[in-house]
Design a protein around this ligand. Structure first.
Ligand code: WTA
Length: 654
């Protein structure tokens, strides 16, 4: 290998049994895809999916970028995840649930089948939910959340999960945009042994009457006192009692939508990313098999929340499609102490552990020696996702958690890609720390410049995927133009618009890909995407705010923190008023939720703008990072503002 980075070879013993055993096998798969792209995907779709009716076309590119996969085929994702396992795995644990307070539940595939069918019957019979209807799920991490997702899939309803930390306003926006008919929630949940509420957030979101929600279903979790709206609110625990445990799955076209998941972009409100049935579930299953290499008797744990894409693909759909045992965890991994995950690994003999760099940093900082206290020798594969992992966190994860014997799969992907796109294969890929390594077989990922030319090794470029793949985003709900513009508007290769991820990346001389982070105005806070435009829109709701610009700033634990520059109306003193900061953060909490709270808020006399009025965020980013400004400021409308901002920021940081 040509550069000086250390290389970690796959564990030989592990590789012997792995699905992809070495780089020859990896290249053979990648070449197969290159030589006969459709043949490759058609082979896997036939091999992996249970079809009700076989597909007739593999890929239809005639209406690009509205690509279609596996047309003519009919299937049902809940059958792929449950029914097809009943002959060989009916008594196998499908979901192992551990609650915040340590309460446990094991749900076998047969039990999951009954629960999902009953839930599906409830949605149909009591609420009249039909194929194509949208159902919003605003739930804690409890098994009923997974039942709800699969029940929607069974009857062809489109679920849209909203992360439980989003505010009423954010929930309302998503309910409205999707025109959801039903909301499924819980009476509450537990976090760090204390109850927290969800139902009152739903009530508030529906209060304005601007949605078309007809029914709200409430799952019991902590028996907190909640308000009931007659004729709208129903108890899941009551209604489910007399439901039949058999529900015929709806035959779905390959391209019928499976779910929406709202995610932040660089402009405007969050977009409803749409994933469809066949292509999504195929890649969820294939990547589970290749990247985590889960074996029949393994126990796999992904610590994400089902409110994010990682929870969709790698807690629920991927593991269940392949017939694995997946852990669902309600709690916080540092509670009651930073030994919690390792205690769980010991107890459940977990073999694959998948988490975010931000979690690894916290576990490292607050519990460096915790892994030593437990027997975590069952671990075989460790995963990371959501943001670049820094070398010190990687080293600790590799040595102390993985005992220098587990592969670390640094999986690069997005809500829009549905599943992993660049990642090591644990039995094959020699790993360089903190590097996502290579595209998975079947994914044609290239780093291009703005003219669609491949950049040379060592030069930063735009991370693109130049051929459609089965699990790619199918649309932005209700906005075809935004879909085209957001993902296919920036880069053309040989005249053809290609998918641009929004991330920058670099190849090294060995062809290894390192992701360098977003090139747009999206901040990655603890692995969660936050559009600066969204945070700015919230801050602008404060009546005294004239202007605002939000940028990301490196943060030791969260990866990036949120830094806001605010110009107040008619202010000429720039006292950094604590009360005002509180008020602004309260607005953010109401408009978006705690995850968007600003780490720094500074009041400034103006923003650096070009003569055409464009805010020069690069300057603001440099100031927030306390870096020298390398840009020419003479073209600014008021160059003197930069110095003023710098001195205010410096005085605030003391
Ligand atoms: C970032 C999460 C570096 C990237 C699955 C991407 C990463 C965004 C990695 C998607 C990684 C994800 N290394 N950066 N391994 N994985 N990202 O939609 O900026 O919540 O565009 O999906 O996270 O975030 P999203």
């Amino acid at each position: 290998m040509s550069d000086n980075k250390p290389i970690f070879q796959p564990n030989r013993e592990f590789a012997k049994e792995a699905r992809v055993k070495n780089m020859c096998e990896y290249h053979a798969l990648q070449n197969e895809a290159m030589e006969d792209y459709e043949g490759f995907w058609s082979r896997y779709a036939k091999e992996k999916l249970d079809w009700i009716e076989p597909f007739t076309t593999t890929l239809d590119e005639s209406n690009a970028p509205f690509y279609r996969w596996f047309d003519g085929g009919k299937l049902n994702v809940s059958v792929q995840c449950i029914d097809r396992h009943l002959s060989s795995r009916k008594n196998k644990a499908a979901i192992i649930f551990e609650g915040d307070r340590g309460d446990k539940q094991i749900i076998t595939y047969l039990e999951l089948y009954y629960q999902v069918n009953k839930f599906a019957n409830l949605l149909k019979e009591n609420f009249g939910v039909q194929k194509g209807d949208r159902v919003v799920i605003y739930m804690p991490m409890i098994p009923e959340a997974a039942y709800a997702m699969l029940a929607c899939a069974r009857i062809g309803a489109i679920h849209s999960i909203v992360f439980g930390g989003f505010s009423a306003e954010a929930l309302k926006d998503r309910i409205e945009d999707a025109k959801a008919k039903v909301v499924i929630t819980a009476d509450g949940a537990y976090r760090k042994a204390k109850p927290y509420m969800l139902k009152d957030v739903v009530d508030k979101a529906l209060e304005s009457g601007s949605t078309v929600v007809e029914k709200v279903l409430i799952v019991e979790r902590n028996n907190e006192e909640i308000a009931w709206v007659a004729g709208r609110d129903y108890s899941y625990n009551e209604l489910i009692k007399d439901k039949s445990p058999i529900c015929q799955p709806e035959p779905m076209d390959s391209e019928d939508p499976l779910f929406l998941l709202y995610t932040s972009g660089s402009t405007g409100k969050p977009k409803g990313v749409q994933h469809n049935s066949a292509g999504y579930i195929l890649w969820a299953q294939m990547t589970m098999e290749w990247v985590f290499d889960v074996k029949e008797n393994d126990t796999y744990w992904c610590t994400a929340d089902i409110g994010w894409i990682t929870g969709h693909t790698y807690i629920v759909y991927g593991p269940l499609a392949m017939g694995a045992t997946t852990i669902m965890f309600e709690g916080v991994i540092t509670f009651p102490d930073a030994g919690r995950p390792w205690k769980m690994v010991e107890e459940y003999k977990i073999n694959q552990f998948y988490t975010a760099p931000t979690a690894i940093r916290v576990l490292h900082k607050t519990g460096e020696n915790e892994p030593k206290k437990y027997d975590i020798s069952s671990l075989k594969v460790l995963g990371t996702v959501g943001e670049p992992i820094d070398p010190p966190a990687w080293k600790w994860y590799y040595e102390e958690v993985g005992g220098s014997r587990c592969a670390i799969v640094d999986t690069y992907w997005q809500t829009e890609t549905g599943g992993h796109v660049v990642s090591p294969l644990p039995g094959a890929t020699p790993i360089k720390p903190a590097c996502a390594t290579m595209p998975l077989p079947g994914i044609i990922a290239e780093i291009l410049d703005e003219n669609g030319q491949k950049v040379p090794a060592g030069e930063k470029g735009l991370m693109c995927i130049t051929r459609p793949w089965p699990s790619m985003i199918r649309g932005v709900w209700g906005d075809d133009e935004r879909f085209k513009k957001s993902y296919f508007g920036d880069v053309k290769k040989e005249g053809q618009a290609v998918y641009f991820t929004g991330d920058g990346a670099i190849y090294d001389e060995d062809g290894y890909i390192t992701i360098t982070g977003r090139t747009d105005d999206v901040i990655n806070v603890s692995g969660h995407r936050m559009g600066t435009a969204e945070v700015e829109a919230a801050i602008k709701k404060h009546t005294k705010v004239a202007e605002v610009a939000v940028v990301g700033k490196p943060h030791e634990i969260k990866g990036e923190g949120i830094f806001a520059y605010i110009v107040m109306k008619g202010e000429d003193s720039f006292a950094q008023e604590v009360e005002l900061i509180k008020e602004i953060n309260n607005i953010i909490k109401d408009e978006i939720g705690n995850i968007a709270l600003c780490d720094d808020i500074v009041f400034v006399p103006g923003l650096p703008k070009t003569r055409s009025g464009k805010i020069m965020r690069r300057i603001l980013r440099a100031i927030a990072k306390n870096e020298p400004i390398t840009q020419d400021t003479s073209t600014l409308e008021d160059p003197s503002v930069v110095e003023k901002i710098e001195s205010i920021v410096k005085s605030c940081m003391i």
